[in-house]
Design a protein around this ligand. Sequence first.
Ligand SMILES: Cc1cc2nc3c(=O)[nH]c(=O)nc-3n(C[C@H](O)[C@H](O)[C@H](O)COP(=O)(O)OP(=O)(O)OC[C@H]3O[C@@H](n4cnc5c(N)ncnc54)[C@H](O)[C@@H]3O)c2cc1C
Length: 309
Amino acid sequence: MTGSLSAGVRTVLLGASRNRFLRRSAAKYGMRLGAARFVAGRSLEQFVPIARELNARGFAIATAILGEGIASRSEAAGVTAAYGDVLDRIAAEGLNANVALKLTHLGLNVDPEIAFTNLQGLLERAGRTANRIRIDMEESAYVDVTLQTYERLRAAGFDNVGVVLQAYLYRSADDLERLSSLKPNVRLVKGAYLEPQSVAFPRKADVDANYLNLIECALAANGYTAIATHDEAIIAAAKAMAERLRLPRSGRFEFQMLYGIRPDLQRRLVGEGYVVRIAAPFGPDWFPYFMRRLAERPENLGFVLRNLT
Ligand SMILES: Cc1cc2nc3c(=O)[nH]c(=O)nc-3n(C[C@H](O)[C@H](O)[C@H](O)COP(=O)(O)OP(=O)(O)OC[C@H]3O[C@@H](n4cnc5c(N)ncnc54)[C@H](O)[C@@H]3O)c2cc1C
C-alpha cells in the first residue's frame, strides 16, 4: 500500500468511526467484523475472565467502557455509575487493573463541570480500594480542558489520577514541562486522531522524534511514565534511556499496549521483567474504537474481510 493510499484509507476509517449510522449498524450485527481481537468483551461479565487470564500471564490492565461523546446529563450519570461498578468489581475480584476513561464519556460536551464532578466521585471510589484512574486524551480541542481538569484534581488532593500527552501535538513538550512540578503520572502516546497541521506534526518522523524527546524528559523527571506504543524502535530507545538513568524495571515507568496488538512483544517485555499494562476495553459501543485501530494500520482491513467471508 502506498503512503498516500494508506493515508486515504485512514481518513475514511476515521470518518467512519464518527458515523452514527455505521455505529448503530455495527452494534446490531455484533462483533462478526473481528472486533473481538481488540475488544475485551461486550460486558463486564465477559471482561472479567479475560482480565483474569491477562493477569495470570503477568500483565497489568487498564480497562475502559467503550463509548465517547455522550449528549445528556442522564447518560453521563449512567456511564459514571457503570464505571463505579467496574471499580467495585475489580476490587472484589482482586484484579490487577485500573481504569482509563474519556472526559467526553463522563459528560464534558454537556458541561465540563458535570464531567469534573463525575470524575471526582469515581476517584474517591477508586481511592477507597487504592485504585487509580487515568484520563485519556481526545481530540486537540479537548486538550486545554483535560489538562485543567487534571490540575484541578491534583490541587484538590487526588494523587490517584493520571493524564495523557500526545507526541503528534506541537504543544505537548510545553505541557509536560508545565506539569512537571506535579510529578505527574503521565502516559505518552503518539496520538490517534485526525489533526490539522496547525496543531500537529504531519510527518511520522517528527512525531517519533518528539515522542523520544517526551519520554526522555518524563523519565528524567520525578513522576511515573507510561510509555504506550507498539513501536519496537521507540521501546528499545526507552529501555536504553531508563538504563542510562539507572531506573529499576518497575516502579518508575511501565510499557502499555493495546489488547490484541503485538502480543509477542507484550510477552517478551514481561519476560524481561518490565511492567506491561494492557489496555483492555469492553462494552457494546465498540465501533469507533475498532475503526481507530483499523485506521492505525489499514493492513488490518484484510483481517476484517477474512472475517466476513
Ligand atoms: C495503552 C494505549 C493507550 C492509548 N491512549 C491514547 C489516548 O489517550 N489518546 C490518543 O490519542 N491515543 C491513544 N493511544 C493510541 C496511540 O496514540 C496510537 O494511535 C497507537 O498506539 C498506534 O501508534 P504506535 O505508538 O503503536 O506506533 P505506530 O508507529 O502507529 O505503530 C508501530 C507498530 O505497531 C504495530 N501496530 C500499531 N498499531 C497497530 C494496529 N492497530 N494493528 C496492528 N499493529 C499495530 C505495527 O507493527 C506498527 O508498525 C493509546 C495507545 C495505547 C497503546
